[in-house]
Design a protein around this ligand. Structure first.
Ligand SMILES: Cc1ncc(COP(=O)(O)O)c(C=O)c1O
Length: 381
């Protein structure tokens, strides 16, 4: 059978190919965006997990919007805007897909930073949206370029990852957050704020969400993959009340609702009094792993390979002075290291101004990170 035409717009995933090679036992992987499995909060989840077996009501069909007690908890926990309604989705990735399917007609414009999250590139390409790339600077998107784009093209929404961006780790400054919200208002553009890494800050000051400056036009995606576990596949979408019914229609068509037992388990975890100190320890662990990777890059690679320091999240964006990142990533595999080439994070219309590799520091322990960089250095220096 012939595949649907829209699938032709989806590029093969570099990351998937590299990740499948990365799972081989002799490969040290800096490639995936995997949280630290040795830090999963399984001890905090063990009791509630055992309790699930005693509550058959949780195993019945549930509400499309989500499990009521979880929704109430999240409303309070995240101080959700009075204008907004929430929807539990099967990972924030599904939330993104619901947004694209509910609001983006083929050919309508969606702006996003370049480089950008490949999962978003895929969703927007699949929905038939027209992707417009905006260069990213150290403080966030290039504001002049963003305004020109908003003024000159038919852009319906701006997709953004303002906290510890994937792949660059960049966190937008307060000034950029306010400017972007102002531009979205001025040009009547919806803001899609994707915040899966927001809680993973290990240094620096907490900044307000961009959506807090323009809640009336913001769709906000939260993920529980990085603070609970990815395997439970839960995320949350909040949006102005008048947009919820469109999202609910698509959610219903997609999978009726996200799994209720996992939502109940997540509620138990988030409301456990030990949870805040668990997150603190997790951030501390990521801070140590980041430092181990940064130190190894400095000592093995030297000044020719630059990277900006990050204050949280999971990634370092390593700029390489020459060579094709894809070729380097392939050759790195033969040295026993998996990394993701920067090419994987660009839409076709955007010519990258720099060659880079994305390196993950959340998954491997400090000694593994160091050894991986030592191996990488044998290829690069
Ligand atoms: C920027 C960004 N958004 C969304 C996701 C998807 O997260 P989830 O596991 O909640 O579907 C990821 C996953 O790594 C991501 O990096």
């Amino acid at each position: 059978m012939q595949t649907a035409k829209r699938l032709e717009r989806i590029q093969p995933s570099f990351i998937r190919d590299i990740l499948s090679a990365a799972s081989e036992s002799n490969i040290l992987s800096l490639a995936g965006g995997l949280p630290a499995s040795d830090h999963f909060p399984l001890a905090l989840m063990a009791n509630p997990m055992a309790q699930l077996a005693h509550d058959p009501t949780l195993f019945q069909y549930g509400e499309t919007q989500g499990y009521g007690p979880l929704l109430s908890h999240l409303k309070e926990h995240y101080s959700i805007s009075e204008m907004h309604r929430m929807l539990i989705c099967s990972g924030s990735q599904q939330g993104l897909d619901l947004i694209a399917r509910a609001f983006l007609n083929p050919g309508e414009g969606v702006a996003m930073e370049a480089p950008g999250y490949p999962g978003a590139l895929q969703v927007f390409a699949l929905s038939g949206g027209m992707i417009h790339s905006v260069a990213q600077n150290v403080n966030g998107p290039d504001i002049a370029m963003l305004e020109t784009l908003f003024a000159s093209k038919k852009v319906k929404m701006f997709y953004a990852v303002p906290d510890f961006h994937n792949p660059t780790g960049v966190s937008w400054t307060l000034e950029i957050r306010q400017k972007v919200a102002t531009l979205c208002r001025q040009y009547d553009i919806a803001l899609v704020e994707d915040a899966p890494y927001r809680e993973l800050r290990f240094t620096g000051d907490h900044l307000p969400m961009v959506s807090s400056f323009c809640p009336e036009r913001a769709l906000v995606l939260r993920s529980f993959s990085k603070i609970a576990t990815p395997g439970i596949r839960l995320g949350m979408l909040s949006a102005p009340a008048q947009w919820l019914s469109a999202l609910l229609k698509v959610k219903q068509a997609a999978d009726l609702h996200s799994g209720v037992p996992m939502q109940s388990l997540l509620l138990s975890l988030l409301s456990n009094p030990e949870f805040p100190s668990y997150i603190k320890r997790l951030c501390q662990c990521y801070g140590e792993r980041y430092q181990a990777l940064a130190n190894a890059l400095e000592s093995y690679l030297g000044g020719a390979f630059e990277f900006a320091s990050v204050q949280g999240g999971m990634f370092i964006w390593l700029r390489i002075p020459g060579g094709d990142p894809l070729d380097i990533a392939k050759r790195a595999l033969s040295k026993g290291v998996a990394v993701v080439p920067g090419n994987a994070f660009y839409h076709d219309d955007f010519l990258p101004s720099e060659a880079a590799l994305r390196l993950n520091f959340s998954h491997a322990c400090p000694s593994t990170l160091r050894e991986a960089v030592r191996r990488l250095a044998t290829l690069l220096v």
